[in-house]
Design a protein around this ligand. Sequence first.
Ligand code: YSA
Length: 337
Amino acid sequence: MNESQDPTALKQAALQEIQEAGDLDALQQCRVRWLGKKGPLTALLRSLGSMSPEERKAFGQDVNAAKQAVQAAIDSRKTELEAAALDAQLENERVDVTLPGTHGPSGGLHLLTKVTNRLLDVFQSLGYDVVTGPELETEHYNFSALNFPPEHPARDEQDTFWTEDGRLLRTHTSPMQVRYMEQHKPPFKVVVPGKVFRNEAVDATHEAQFHQLEALVVGERVTMADLKGAIQEMADALFGEGTKTRLQPSFFPFVEPGAEFAIWWTHPKTGKEEWLELGGCGMVHPNVFKAAGYEGVTGFAFGFGIERLAMVPYGVPDIRWFYQSDLRVLDQFRGSL
Ligand code: YSA
C-alpha cells in the first residue's frame, strides 16, 4: 500500500496541515482538501467496494477512524482560531478609559442674554415682576395710547416696519405699559424686557433690531423722588453702592415731566470716568392712564437700550458685533457676569 492509500499516513499529513492553518480561510481549504468529495479519504472509502468483505471491514474502520480524527482536529483548530480572532479584535478595539476625553467646543450664553438676566435679577430683588409682550404691535398700543398724536414728529423718530394688515413691529417696550394696566389693578411694579425694531440706518451705535428694558411702577402718591430712587437702586446694584445718577429734562409724549437718565461710571480698564447715557424716564402722563382706564393714580416709567448698556462696560465698540456670530467676539465674554 503506498502512502496515498494508507489511512494513518493520510491522517498524519492532514493533522499537520490542519495545525499549520493560520486562519479560518486556510482551515476551510484544509477541510475541503481532506474531507471533501474529491479528498483522498473519500477516495479510499469509494475503493472499499472492490475489496473482500474481511479486508473491507478492517480497512473501512481505519479510514473512518482517520476521517473522524481529521474532523475532530479541524473542529478543535477552528475553536482555537476563532478564540485567537476574538482576542485580536478585542486587542484592536481596546479602550483606555484612563485617557483624557476629547472635548468638542461648548456653547455659552450670549453677552446680551447675560446682561438681561443680570438686570432681571436686580429688578426681581427690588420687588418687580417680569412680564413680556408682543413684538408685533398695533398702532394703538405703540403710539396712540402712549399719547403720540397722529401727525406728531415724535412718531417719525421711531419709524418702523409695518405689516399689510396695519400692524407694526414695536419700536419700544413702552406699549406694554397700557397693555399691562388694562389687565391689572394698581399698585404694581413690573419690568418688561424685549426685542424692539426701528427702520433706521444701521451704524456702530444703531441697529434695526435691538433690546430694551422698561420699568413701570403705579400706585398712590408715586413721585419723581421714587423714580430717582429706583434708578439709583438699579445703578447701585449694577455698578456698586453710591454710584452717581443724573436726570436731565427731556421730552417723551407718554411722560410729564420727562427726563433722560445717565449713570456715572468708571471704565474698569482705562479708569476713565464718564456719564453713561442709558435711556428715558418720567412720570406717567395722565393721557396714558386715561387710555388704560385708570383714574386717581400716579406712576413712573423708564426704559433703556440693553445693547447700549452692554457696549460701554464690556468694551464692545460696534453694536453690530453682537449679531455677527463671530466667535472671536463672543468667546471674549464667556467668563463675564
Ligand atoms: C422713555 C420714558 C419712559 O417713561 C419709558 C421709556 C422711555 C424710553 C422710550 N420708550 C424710548 O424708546 N426712548 S428712545 O427712543 O430714546 O430709546 C431708548 C433707548 O433705546 C436709547 O437710549 C438707546 O439706548 C436705545 N436705542 C434707541 N434706538 C436704538 C437704540 N439702541 C440701539 N439701536 C438703536 N437704533
